[in-house]
Structure formats: structure tokens, C-alpha cells
Design a protein around this ligand. Structure first.
Ligand code: BTN
Length: 243
């Protein structure tokens, strides 16, 4: 599959969307060493210092409904979990929907964007940022982030980690497409889920509440049991979950 590499760029998600508009095929991977305008979810910036992190975006053209596209973010989280485990031996957890965390600090963030019509998807871009070899973080990121290097004590070969993550992604993606949902992946996802069985706080704009996280369903929605015993499903993107 094709890989497009930039020494420096604004954001691999922006690059990938442009390439997708120009017709780049399914499976094209955009990689850079340095993003000068890296972006995270909720419009936040993503710290992207030169040569230390993994900043990449995958262009996908799946034949699925637009409403299913957010599931691809969870597929990516599984692939990053595997990649980190295989290359460093480090055991991480997935914080629903798509943060990879170790020792309570964030190692990886994923940002999925798409272009779609009611009938179908033109393309999906899944951007993955992995804190690989950073030795520290700026104050505004503070205590919330960590890197593979900080946790393992040594540098990580980024090219190998990228290759292993993409290989894992391919396997999960095939499974995802054959089910048309996360049905075949939700058990392994739940095994790695940080807040499984724990109390979480759901910050719903209609009113925050707490409950016990029971895992994801085949759509990737978080199943939460409220204190009164009522079971609700939380859609990623609509609310945020603490816990
Ligand atoms: C998050 O807020 O957790 C998502 C962070 C996503 C960062 C990655 S780095 C590669 C790609 N390009 C971007 O500008 N963002 C994503």
C-alpha cells in the first residue's frame, strides 16, 4: 500500500483529506516527522515536536454507512494497543472511545474525520498520534501525557512501530468489514478497556450522571449502568466520559 511521507507538514489529517479529495486510494498512509498545526479532538492542538512522535493518517474508503464510520476509531485503538505491546512489551489500556493510556497518562490519541453523503462515505481519515520518543511535554499538556520512551526508558524505532500498527490494523479492518460492525472485535476491545466495570462520569450536555461501564456494544457505544439500574448507551462524540 502507498505511503506518503512529509518531513514537515501542517497536519497529516489535513494532508490526508486533500489527497483523498484528489483521489488517493483506500489504504494510503500519510506520515510526517513534524506537524506545525497538529490537531486533537474538540479543536484542541496536538503537540507534535520534530522527530520524536508518530503522526500519521490513514485514508480509508470503506463501503459502510456514514453512521458506522466512528467505529473505525475503535478499530485503530485496537491496532495501536497491539503495536505498542508487540514492539515495547508495554501493557496499555484503551480509554473509551479511543485514547491509549498507561499509568493514567495518555500515550496516543486518534482523530477520525470523514466526507460523506447520506448514501455513503467518500472517504474516512483516521489520524493517529503516538507519543513515542518525547522526553517531556510542554506545560499546557502538563501531567496528562506520557511517552513510550518515558515509560520504557529507551528509544522506540518509529518505523517498526508504524509497520506493526498498520499490520494489526489490516487484520482488524478485514474483520470489521466482514461483520459490518464491531461484533467480532468488541470482546478483545472490552478486554483492554480501561474503565470496564468501573464507575464513570458521563458528561452529557443534557445532564451529567455517573454509572458503571459495562463495555462497548457492536456499534462501539459504551454501555453504562446507572445507579438506579437503568442501562443506557453512550455515543462517542456526543458526550465525554471521565473515570
Ligand atoms: C486527540 O485529541 O486525542 C486526538 C489526537 C490526534 C492526533 C493525530 S497526530 C496525526 C493526525 N494529525 C493531526 O493533526 N491529528 C492527528
Amino acid at each position: 500500500k502507498k505511503i506518503v511521507y512529509y518531513e514537515e507538514t501542517d497536519s497529516t489529517n489535513i494532508r490526508a483529506k486533500k489527497l483523498a479529495e484528489e483521489g488517493a486510494p483506500d489504504g494510503t498512509l500519510v506520515v510526517t516527522d513534524f506537524q506545525n498545526a497538529g490537531r486533537g479532538r474538540r479543536g484542541r492542538m496536538w503537540v507534535s515536536p520534530s522527530g520524536t512522535g508518530i503522526f500519521m493518517s490513514l485514508i480509508l474508503r470503506p463501503d459502510i454507512l456514514p453512521s458506522s464510520a466512528s467505529m473505525l476509531t475503535l478499530v485503530a485503538a485496537l491496532a495501536v494497543y497491539d503495536g505498542i505491546k508487540e514492539t515495547t512489551g508495554l501493557e496499555t489500556v484503551i480509554k473509551w472511545p479511543n485514547d491509549i493510556v498507561a499509568e493514567g497518562k495518555k500515550l496516543c490519541g486518534i482523530l477520525t474525520e470523514m466526507s460523506a453523503e447520506l448514501e455513503g462515505i467518500h472517504y474516512v481519515v483516521t489520524g493517529i498520534g503516538i507519543n513515542a520518543n518525547m522526553t517531556g511535554f510542554p506545560e499546557e499538556v502538563g501531567e496528562s501525557a506520557t511517552s513510550l520512551r518515558i515509560l520504557t526508558g529507551g528509544p522506540v524505532r518509529r518505523s517498526r512501530l508504524i509497520a506493526v500498527v498498520m499490520k494489526a490494523y489490516e487484520g482488524y479492518y478485514v474483520k470489521f468489514k466482514s461483520c459490518g460492525s464491531l461484533a467480532g472485535l468488541m470482546d478483545v476491545y472490552n478486554e483492554h478497556m480501561a474503565n470496564l466495570g468501573r464507575e464513570v462520569k458521563v458528561l452529557d450536555p443534557a445532564g451529567a450522571y455517573t454509572g458503571k461501564a459495562l463495555g462497548i456494544d457492536e456499534k462501539g457505544e459504551l454501555i453504562v449502568e446507572k445507579a438506579d439500574g437503568k442501562v443506557v448507551r453512550v455515543v462517542s462524540g456526543e458526550v465525554s466520559v471521565r473515570g
